[in-house]
Write a protein that binds this ligand. Structure first.
Ligand SMILES: [Zn+2]
Length: 214
């Protein structure tokens, strides 16, 4: 009995530590509560979902590995998610700021979509959803949105995501369902960064890996 309790406590401690590592303060997730639907797939992005990702990590259904990030914005990336292999790549050495932490939230949003098997999403919408969650997290953490001096296209993604947040009152905590019409401008901004991704390319299309699309 003592051992069981110790094991349970151990797992709980590990979970709490992981939640903190992945998402920062617990209340940063409180107001994130939206769904997005496309091609018959729906992702629910909320605190429970992010906790489900952490649980999957604790239970090793999602693996965490350290690897140098790759992709169009590798220099600013602290994380990566492989849908194919269920691996979150997190470079803890690169997590120094809230912006870095926001990248982890972005990757965990991809992992969340994978847990919810949103296999019919297009890559550009999948990225848009992850950037939207990242933006909401940054705002909750009182961090300014990215303004990389030499990367206006990347910055513009967050400008568009922030407009969706404001227009749909996403910071009030009540659930909001978004569809393709709500993210048109955000998706266009994402496309200007993910130049090699075709408009109708789906996340499950052959040849698509997260490695190419942080
Ligand atoms: Zn992404």
């Amino acid at each position: 009995m003592g051992n069981d309790l110790a094991a349970l406590s151990n797992k709980t401690q590990r979970m709490l530590k992981l939640l903190d590592e992945l998402y920062g303060k617990a209340d940063y997730l409180d107001k994130i509560n939206f769904s997005f639907t496309e091609n018959g797939s729906t992702i629910k992005v909320n605190k429970d979902g992010f906790h489900a990702v952490a649980k999957a990590v604790v239970e090793e259904r999602i693996l965490v590995q350290t690897r140098a990030a790759a992709g169009p914005r590798a220099s600013v990336a602290a994380g990566l998610y492989s849908r194919q292999f269920d691996i979150l790549f997190i470079d803890k050495n690169k997590i120094k700021t809230k912006h870095d932490q926001g990248v982890i939230v972005h990757e965990c949003t991809h992992a969340l979509g994978d847990l919810q098997t949103v296999q019919h999403f297009t890559v550009l919408s999948d990225e848009s959803v992850a950037f939207l969650a990242q933006t909401m997290w940054l705002k909750a953490a009182s961090a300014p949105l990215p303004t990389h001096p030499d990367d206006p296209e990347y910055n513009q993604i967050f400008v568009q995501a922030d407009m969706i947040v404001t227009k749909n009152k996403l910071t009030e905590g009540a659930h909001v369902l978004l569809t393709g019409a709500d993210i048109v401008a955000l998706r266009s901004a994402v496309k200007k960064v993910y130049l090699d991704v075709k408009d109708d390319q789906r996340v499950t299309d052959a040849g698509v890996t997260r490695a190419a699309t942080n």
